[in-house]
Design a protein around this ligand. Structure first.
Ligand code: GCU
Length: 727
């Protein structure tokens, strides 16, 4: 008896009823609160579906899983009755066809969710023109219930504003991830194609739930093996897993593949043998993956081969690959992240200078994939001047979901705020209202094609993204790529409701915390338009003093230009004149006295005693911003501490611990940057603001030899005894 009791007790202790670790993402489907169950149960009693296909099956099984979980009782396939959820397309379901629903404007991927009547029964209809649309609609219906929206009288039509909504994984074939902070790659290539682990399907469900319809699977600094027959075979198996979820696979292709893989003497795009090689390669990929998406290409950038090696333009390089893909409907995402080690021009100007003259020269199935800003995924960048300047070219917006320059795993920075800032940015290309969103959705210039790309933040960590709150960045990227007009608040509300709880007390506290987290990181890392102040290579922590790297534009001093007179990069006509790459109203604004102060040091060089709008000097204002950043993180920490009753132990305490790390590191950023800039300004600290506790030499000596995210950068020099910033 005693033994039995002990065993029972052990079971009770080791199986906590509601343990959560983030693995289920926003698709947790935990039972609703008892108070609302009675309201929802009669509205989703069974799933009625005619026709069968892998995507319809995915929709049915998601609804079964989701409704059964949320409503806390089995909801399975059934026949038309009150409360049934009737799903399908007019093509495969006579029931849906009979309803004569207005589906024409929804395109291939849109959906309609409508409360309706079938045979005298009150039902909910989820209809679309394609099975994928039905799957998207099913996720949307579940989201309504997950976020406790009313579902009794629905009439919702939704279609994606952007056609291609892609993740770029920067995963290496050896399992490491460039700029990855959530473990190793989830792609276990060695075991493919025979073993296809369960996480690919979970990932596919998560992507489909927010409408992501493509992934490129390997690092843009590409390994040519990815194009080998062996790896294409593995990729074909992955494509089979992802296909039911509407996700196409893409590959980052190395421009020199014709030489490395094809054993040709050249990769010159004008060479007929090279053209034939790409055609042969592409044809053979499509034989194995009929819906292959296409290629992402990083060419002539950071050591990657490209058309300029053969005196050809970026367009000639892109087009040779595009021509091979065109007969199959494939796409080239040709990256605009190009700057030259030989060109002394301001790095911020180089991509525009190279690509703008090529406007109109790219094939229709080419996107020029342009980062949100002209430098490199900084906490804040003005929008890239190419947006609005290439009217005859398909431009795709590339944002970074992995937080290379934003504190990596442990800093809570809610990125949809940053993404929105760019999408809503007015380029003035065709007068006021020419936003980046309208450039990339094709509406500004009447393009058919449209795309948004996010550099993925997922790895094989249990919670996928390393930190619970980084899941919101993946979620928010997908939601915005589907509908750029959604607000960051709304996305946060949805995600919090699905991921944690819909309790208004929780949302009311945590939404503002998420929204202000973005400005906090700008404040404590790079306020007032400062940029690229990061430690060498791994970009973890501050390094505003770094000046010893081989290329000038790799050095933070290149960007801050700090000296005894002042601070900032003069990009006005008297400096590098990067401002002239923007439409005239912006060019004037950024060169003049009315420049928004948040972009000041990006575009202008300013004296230390320059009077800011607040009446403070630049120096004082800078210090105030650094301290505001820290104060905001301290508030975030407090907010989260008060949320303990709302969140399960593991997810709450991980977030609480990460916030504490963030606060420590915000302080480190502030102290190190102030110590460095003070060595030039020689001005006293403003009243009420403490000087850094250590001298500059202390901060300079801090090293992180094995910081993650830069696999080829692991042999950092060991400087005597490195300081420990956590001391
Ligand atoms: C950044 C990043 C690199 C990456 C590059 C790119 O420079 O640090 O790791 O390869 O962007 O976007 O190609």
């Amino acid at each position: 008896m005693f033994r039995f009791l002990a065993a029972a007790l052990l079971v009770l202790l080791t199986v906590p009823a509601r343990a959560e670790d983030g693995y289920d993402l926003w698709l947790r489907y935990r039972p609703m609160e008892a108070a609302v169950l009675a309201q929802y149960r009669p509205l989703a009693t069974a799933i009625v579906s005619q026709g069968a296909s892998p995507s319809l099956d995915a929709a049915k099984s998601e609804l079964t899983r989701g409704l059964s979980g949320l409503l806390d009782r089995p909801v399975g396939a059934g026949t038309v009755a009150d409360g049934a959820v009737v799903i399908g397309t007019p093509g495969s379901s006579p029931l849906i066809a009979g309803l004569k629903l207005p589906l024409t404007n929804l395109g291939k991927e849109g959906y309609l969710i409508r409360s309706s009547s079938v045979g005298g029964h009150a039902v909910t209809v989820i209809a679309a023109n394609s099975d994928i649309g039905v799957l998207y609609g099913s996720f949307a219906f579940l989201r309504l219930i997950q976020t406790r929206q009313p579902v009794a009288r629905l009439d919702i039509a939704s279609a994606p504003r952007l056609k291609l909504r892609l993740l770029n994984h920067w995963d290496n074939l050896d399992g490491t991830i460039e700029r990855g902070y959530a473990g190793r790659s989830i792609f276990d290539w060695n075991k493919m194609p025979d073993y296809m682990g369960p996480r690919y399907t979970v990932m596919a469900r998560a992507n489909a739930s927010v409408g992501i319809n493509g992934i490129s699977v390997n690092n843009v600094s590409a390994d040519v093996w990815m194009l080998s027959s062996m790896y294409i075979g593995k990729l074909a198996a992955l494509a089979d897993v992802l296909r039911p979820y509407g996700i196409r696979v893409y590959v980052a292709a190395k421009f020199s593949a014709p030489v490395e893989l094809g054993r040709l003497k050249t990769a010159d795009p004008a060479d007929p043998q090279v053209q034939a090689w790409w055609k042969k390669e592409v044809d053979s990929i499509y034989r194995r993956i009929p819906d292959f998406g296409g290629f992402v290409v990083k060419a002539n950038s950071e050591g990657q081969p490209g058309p300029r090696d053969y005196n050809r333009t970026q367009a000639e390089g892109a087009n040779v690959i595009a021509d091979a893909l065109a007969p199959h409907g494939g796409i080239v995402f040709w990256r605009a992240f190009v700057y030259s080690e030989k060109d002394p021009t301001d790095r911020a100007k180089q991509a525009y200078n190279e690509f703008k003259p090529l406007d109109g020269k790219f094939r229709d199935n080419v996107f020029v994939q342009t980062k949100n800003g002209a430098i490199d995924f900084q906490p804040r960048e003005p929008a890239h001047p190419m947006f609005g300047a290439m009217p005859k070219t398909n431009l795709a917006l590339e944002v970074q979901i992995t937080k290379e320059y934003l504190g990596q795993t442990t800093h809570l920075v809610y990125l949809p705020v940053l993404f929105k800032e760019i999408l809503d940015w007015d380029t003035f290309a065709k007068g006021q209202g020419s936003t980046v969103a309208k450039v990339i959705d094709g509406s500004l210039e009447g393009h058919d094609q449209s795309a948004m790309v996010g550099v993925s933040n997922i790895g094989d960590d249990r919670n996928w993204t390393g930190a619970q709150f980084s899941q919101a960045d993946w979620y928010g990227f997908g939601r915005l790529a589907w509908e750029p007009s959604l607000s960051a608040e709304q996305i946060a509300r949805e995600w919090l409701g699905m991921t944690f709880t819909n309790d208004p007390a929780f949302a009311n506290a945590v939404i503002p915390m998420m929204i202000k987290s973005r400005e906090a990181v700008v404040d404590y890392m790079t306020p007032l338009g400062l940029h690229h102040q990061f430690a060498t290579g791994h970009h973890y922590g501050p390094g505003p003093w770094v000046s010893d790297l081989a290329r000038p534009e790799w050095n933070p001093v290149y960007y801050n230009h700090a000296d005894a007179q002042g601070l900032g990069f003069d990009r006005t006509p008297s400096g590098s004149d990067a401002t002239s790459q923007y439409a005239p109203p912006l060019a004037r604004l950024f060169s003049g006295p009315d420049i928004p102060e948040r972009d000041l040091l990006w575009f202008q060089r300013v004296a230390w005693d320059h009077r800011m709008k607040s009446g403070r000097t630049l120096w004082d204002e800078l210090v105030v911003h650094y301290d505001t950043g820290i104060a905001t993180v301290a508030e975030m920490e407090k907010t989260w501490a008060a949320m303990k009753p709302h969140v399960d132990e593991e997810r709450w305490s991980q977030t609480a611990t990460f916030l504490a790390i963030q606060k420590k590191e915000a302080q480190w950023w502030r102290d190190a940057c102030i110590a460095y800039f003070e060595s030039f300004s020689r001005m006293p600290m403003p009243a009420g603001h403490a000087p850094p506790p250590h001298d500059l030499a202390y901060y300079k000596a801090i090293t992180f030899p094995y910081a993650p995210g830069r696999p080829d950068y692991t042999s950092a020099p060991f400087h005597n005894r490195p300081n420990d910033p956590m001391e």
